[in-house]
Design a protein around this ligand. Structure first.
Ligand code: NZQ
Ligand code: ZN
Length: 386
């Protein structure tokens, strides 16, 4: 096992009716910027619950953080923070609203000239403006981690940021919010969380038996409850399992002491930036091809994954590993998610080349757990996904 440090300061309030706790958890003398997305919270009762709980607080609202949060929109919110003396941020939404709020938490205290530098350089955020979240869409784990991904449509870029100053102070997880989530977003949430686990698990053996079994338990639970929650999103018991899986998949715990990959995410972000494909779907496109391309590196863990998750007991390591990749693709299809780039866009012919050029320009010479996925490898992986 590798050396590690682990600190996750985010307090979680999980379960029915927890949104009322905002009343006491948000500091009484704070001036709060309440940030949300396109308005789903106005149709499912979440908006009313939040405003009722904050009735005694000073609150300014900011509506309109879009899926794949857009830099220009966030700069408008930053202006409100600076001109209206906001000192506490409350994100009510999915990963996009929460990530946008993390950017604002960092940008509000940033002393440089251009907040884009936080993403472009990138600059690690040691201290941010205090913020909290009410999660409405289980998927990203952003509610209990310190990372964010921000899009700039102008330049078709989607870049990551983070740092220890960007953990939410607290996050409220009421699984009842799941009943209003459209099927497409439920599919996305399952695949995003599932792939988060694979990014931290499908590398090479290093011991860490416990981390492997944490990871496997999340995968098994997602396989068990994923298809069921798509059929019955109002089932509270299933919703609890699904929501907690998504949080646990990316709150730092399972990546401690083990190598991690994340190349699927880095390549996938380019597909969202270029074609607007939902984040999770880019992962379904990239991951299986990346596993095939880096087969020699990953075959031992792929075989373990095949044995323990998909019950593939027969044959040598290579067979088990290949079958595990096929099972993964079949699972994505079972959830109703396509796995080829051409299923999403017909404009794909330049995608691989342009990703190679961008990675080269940014100096991203080696991605993955062995830092050996070069820009030209990324190009080949994308070509395999056509
Ligand atoms: O904007 P509203 O109207 O609220 O509608 C949203 C949005 O259209 C809707 N929605 C959310 N909760 C709902 C609901 N609709 C009905 N009922 C509810 N309860 O769902 C749509 C998608 O929301 P979004 O927040 O974009 O989805 P998700 O949570 O999947 O977040 C995706 C973003 O997170 C980033 C992705 O790159 C992408 O930008 N990620 C963030 C990570 C992190 N911070 O750790 C890690 C991930 O790998 C990922 O990269
Ligand atoms: Zn993801």
């Amino acid at each position: 096992m590798l050396n590690f440090e682990f600190k996750n300061p985010t307090k979680i309030l999980f379960g029915k009716g927890q949104i009322v706790q905002l009343k006491t958890l948000v500091p009484a003398n704070a001036k709060v910027l309440f940030l949300y997305g396109g308005g789903s919270i106005k149709t499912n009762g979440v908006y009313e619950q939040v405003t009722a709980a904050l009735a005694d607080h000073k609150v300014v609202e900011f509506r309109g953080i879009e899926a794949n949060p857009e830099y220009d929109t966030l700069m408008k919110a930053l202006n409100i923070i600076k001109t209206q003396d906001i000192d506490f941020l409350l994100a009510v939404g999915g990963g996009s609203v929460i990530d946008g709020t993390k950017f604002l938490s960092s940008a509000a205290l940033y002393e440089g000239n251009d907040p884009w530098e936080i993403l472009a350089k990138p600059i690690r955020t040691e201290i941010g403006m205090p913020f909290a979240t009410v999660l409405t869409l289980p998927a990203t784990g952003s509610e209990m981690n310190s990372g964010a991904v921000i899009t700039r449509a102008e330049t078709k870029e989607k870049l990551a940021m983070g740092g220890p100053g960007l953990f939410p102070q607290f996050s409220i997880l009421d699984p009842q919010v799941i009943s209003s989530i459209p099927v497409r977003q439920l599919q996305n949430g399952i695949i995003d969380a599932y792939t988060h686990v694979l990014e931290q698990y499908l590398t090479y053996p290093i011991g860490a038996f416990l981390q492997d079994r944490f990871a496997e338990s999340i995968l098994k639970t997602l396989i068990e409850v994923g298809p069921a929650i798509i059929k019955d999103p109002a089932n509270y018991d299933l919703a609890c399992e699904f929501m907690w899986c998504c949080t646990m998949a990316l709150n730092g715990l399972i990546q401690k002491g083990v190598p991690t990959d994340w190349a699927t995410h880095m390549i996938g972000h380019e597909l969202t930036a270029q074609f607007g494909i939902d984040h999770a779907r880019t992962l379904a496109i990239v991951a299986p091809n990346l596993y095939k391309y880096k087969f020699e590196n990953k075959k031992d863990k792929l075989a373990q994954y095949g044995e323990r998750i998909w019950d593939i007991k027969q044959g040598p390591t290579e067979n088990k590993a290949h079958m595990a990749i096929e099972k993964t693709i079949a699972f994505f299809h079972q959830l109703g998610v396509d796995t080829k780039l051409s299923d999403y866009t017909q404009e794909y012919t330049n995608a691989a080349q342009s990703i190679e050029e961008r990675f080269t320009q940014r100096g991203w010479k080696g991605l993955g757990e062995r830092k050996d996925i070069t820009p030209s490898d990324a190009k080949k992986i994308i070509e395999m996904s056509y």
